[in-house]
Design a binder for this molecule. Sequence first.
Ligand code: NAD
Length: 556
Amino acid sequence: MSSSRNDSPSATQILLDTRLNKGGAFTELEREELGLVGLMPDGVEPMGVQLDRARLQFEQQSSDIGKYQFLSALQDRQERLFYALLRSDFQRYMPIVYTPTVGEACQKFGHIMRRPKGMYLSIRRKGRLAETLRNWPEKDVRFIVVTDGERILGLGDQGVCGIGIPIGKLALYTACAGVPPQVALPVVLDLGTNNEAFLRDPLYPGLRIPRIVGDECYAFIDEFVAAVQEVFPRCCIQFEDFTNKNAIPLLERYRNKVCCFNDDIQGTASVAVAGLFGACRLSCTKMSDQRLLFMGAGSAAVGIADLFVKQLCGDGVPESAAVDRCWFVNSRGLVHAGMPKLPDYLTRFAHDVSGLKFPAGAHSGPDSPLTRLSDVVEAIRPTAIIGVSTVAHAFNESVIRSMARLNARPIIFPLSNPTSKSECTAEEAIRWSEGRAIVATGSPFPPLHFGGKLFVPGQGNNVYIYPAVGLAVYATEANRVTDEMFLRAAESLASQTTDQDLSVGLIYPPISSIYETSIEVAIAVTRLIFDRGLARVPPPHDIAEFVRGHVYDPSF
Ligand code: NAD
């Protein structure tokens, strides 16, 4: 900061601007030049000292939500310090800014909010969205994470309070992969809410109308997407936490027209496929040996299945055979060809069940011959069960014991978030399988010991993927985000898992090294973007150097 006092912001503006404020790190010269003398204690404090104070204050908060609020306030006050803190210990801070605490933060957003931190585009502004977007102070927005708040994690309709998810997700773009924070814009589309408690709560900050659905909702989102193209032409839109009845059609509507993706569908798919690569290494099996049973048949499940099928097809497996290796259970039971009212996106996975052997005493229901998960496991004999249902404890002892009987190394992925919705805990999967399960969970679970052995559960979370893909898209100014990019990201992520990681059951590189991991994933995806001609910038001589040259450095 070397400009003279005449053309620089006032001292007060500097101290109130989170991007300019360096706290006690202003040098003596800067203090003189900027008029800061006397506005802070005289000692010059390098970032390390400020980090120590921030850590101390963070640990003084007695609850996770208190810690969340502390970090949120730090982000408002000193952005660089906030990112340096996150990067200094991902394992400690990520569960607070992201799942599981971010779920609680959304539920309480109306009560704990201090600064809006993003844009709130309400249906009342219909017809004025481009004009409204121009109110955002940054003029070169490259990433918008947008939600309508209808399906926040596994917590249901959170209305505008769902903005906590775009805020948290975008913070991780920067913390995990070095995407500069000024190019990020969190957005919530306020289409009303059906959350009765919020509608009664005087502190709920959004529109108090029943949620708008159908054509009016779609027309509003069309206007939003067009407005983003007009106001921020280099922007990538990440759709986030829409319900599956909207998420899948919205992705289809825009994916070939604008630069966009849906992280719940494509990011989750990528991290799950990467987990399956790791599981194959641990179990000495091939991807084409796997038979997947999904508990839950929504966006995440179908996204994973679609990408798994693409991977197998790339390996030479006929598409129909690959599709046959994916089975689903929804709230009505095993999805099958005769199930009434199946959404279009599921029909290719609705198989004929006449050749299946049902276990004696199996439970059936009006829409499905098998409604109990343990019966489905016996009938399908999957190698992997993947939980994306938001049904806590769905992977009960009987389910996991069956998986352990059927497989030498059963693959158990309870991916639902937050922790309270996880289909089982990591400890349950390990204990009930006598230490043989290969486990990845959506929310973090601590390492554990079983049978004298250490197990480190991997976090099968799309945070390994979307910030890295984001960095690649940012650096290349890609005009589309494709499934092939997510497959390349999965391969790169999986290739970074070491034999040492695998020896403790960890099928992903450790979260503690997510920054280095993400940069490597971004380099791999960047290479693909140039190869496919999707970049809007000329190809560089050295791709790794080019990607690293775009990374944000939070140090003062
Ligand atoms: P979704 O609403 O699209 O799908 C949920 C599915 O669960 C639906 O098909 C529903 O029928 C099914 N379901 C509900 N109750 C059921 C029951 N009793 N038995 C069987 N199935 C039941 O949601 P989604 O986007 O697919 O997300 C689902 C979960 O996965 C959420 O908890 C979300 O947080 C989590 N998720 C995790 C990650 C990750 O990175 N780990 C990524 C995306 C989603």
